[in-house]
Design a protein. Structure first.
Length: 121
């Protein structure tokens, strides 16, 4: 469960503010990188495997898009791992975004899960 209310993610105009997603400032953080991974993978089996792999890096924001806040080491691992998951007919794009930037988002929103939450049963 997220620690934020859904209203916390949007300003008055309904624009999603990245700061609520990642709790990062306008300052550039050279230790962690915000990345956007978008993909169009033809084969269903490859697409499912790719999506499961991306879940290890970040969270799904659309059916074929993931966002992640990762270390430089994990970024390099991601770049090395992607070519082994796809074929020539597939298309994957990875955008490295420095600093806070701004994310505009309309429609149904997916909120990231709070990774610090521990559930004991």
């Amino acid at each position: 469960m997220s620690q934020y209310k859904s209203d916390d993610f949007f300003d008055i105009e309904g624009i999603a503010d990245e700061e609520y997603y990642f709790q990062i400032s306008d300052e550039v953080n050279d230790e962690r990188l915000f990345v956007l991974i978008i993909y169009d993978i033809v084969d269903n089996k490859r697409r499912v495997k790719f999506a499961k792999t991306m879940q290890g890096y970040g969270f799904r924001v659309q059916k074929s898009a993931f966002e992640a806040m990762i270390s430089k080491r994990k970024y390099e691992k991601l770049i090395a791992e992607i070519p082994g998951l796809i074929r020539s007919e597939d298309n994957v794009r990875l955008y490295k975004i420095r600093g806070r930037g701004q994310v505009y988002s309309w429609g149904q929103q997916k909120q990231p899960e709070d990774e610090d939450t521990v559930i004991l049963i």
